[in-house]
Design a protein around this ligand. Structure first.
Ligand SMILES: [Zn+2]
Length: 267
């Protein structure tokens, strides 16, 4: 399996990432992408990837976690990082996040978030890299940004990580060539809306991820941290309940998708 989004760079995984990685490998995870959310975590992701075969890094500035004071300088630092390593396979995670923001806070942070995201979309285009997109309670603006770029041919390859949102939103994203990545929350009892998104995502566009240490899947939902090895639960659930194919067939489809998005595009 190919875990397309996780955080060995966040504690409690960070202090002991090698043993989590060993455990994941024993469960059949052959490749994974460690994802940054600010400069420090992006550097950590690169450091882990550098030491380890088939572990890759994504570098980027999260709309709410990254404390960005000077945007131009921060983007420049991300650019330098991308150029420093051939193990970087995506920009991200970046995007839009209005979760838990009141209307006026949302209005206030929107221009900043949008600009930060747009700059990273530009960087991805420049570097010929896909983008691991984080979007939470931001569907309308996200769609505006993506479709404006789609129509002007300035949209890099998009991966909607830990997907959520409406069926209409995902249909539009699929039309724009996006890949859709499902995390452990697709297994949750109350996540019928996320399962609905899997039903409309063709097997050729689906990816899997743990987003560990977050979002432990059923049947280990109560556990923290989420282990990268638990991706098997999510993959088995999707294969059996939503794609109605054998585990092996699902695994080989998602492996091929991840390989083509993240490993097939580097210039
Ligand atoms: Zn993440």
């Amino acid at each position: 399996m190919f875990d397309t989004h996780l955080h060995y760079n966040i504690d409690p995984l960070w202090t002991n990432w090698q043993s989590f990685l060993n455990e994941a490998q024993q469960q059949g995870v052959h490749s994974s992408i460690v994802v940054g959310f600010d400069l420090a975590s992006s550097e950590q992701a690169c450091a882990i990837a550098k030491q380890t075969d088939r572990v890759y890094a994504a570098v980027g500035l999260h709309p709410r976690d990254a404390q960005v004071e000077n945007m131009h300088e921060a983007i420049q630092q991300v650019r330098v990082l991308v150029k420093s390593s051939d193990k970087i396979v995506a920009i991200g995670e970046c995007g839009l996040d209005f979760y838990h923001l009141r209307a006026e806070q949302r209005t206030q942070s929107l221009p900043f978030q949008r600009e930060l995201f747009e700059q990273q979309l530009d960087l991805a285009l420049e570097m010929n890299l896909p983008v691991s997109v984080h979007s939470r309670d931001a569907e309308d603006v996200m769609l505006q940004v993506l479709s404006a770029r789609f129509h002007t041919q300035t949209l890099p390859q998009i991966v909607l990580h830990c997907v959520s949102g409406s069926v209409a939103y995902i249909r539009s994203a699929l039309k724009m060539g996006a890949y859709i990545s499902f995390a452990g929350n697709v297994t949750y009892k109350n996540a019928e809306n996320v399962r609905e998104l899997a039903r409309i995502t063709p097997l050729e566009r689906v990816l899997i991820e743990t987003d560990a240490p977050f979002l432990s899947p059923e049947p280990v939902r109560g556990q923290h941290p989420n282990h990268p090895a638990y991706i098997r639960h999510t993959a088995e659930f999707l294969a059996k309940n939503l794609y109605h194919v054998s585990f092996e067939e699902f695994e080989s489809a998602t492996d091929a998708n991840a390989t083509s998005v993240f490993l097939g595009r580097k210039s």
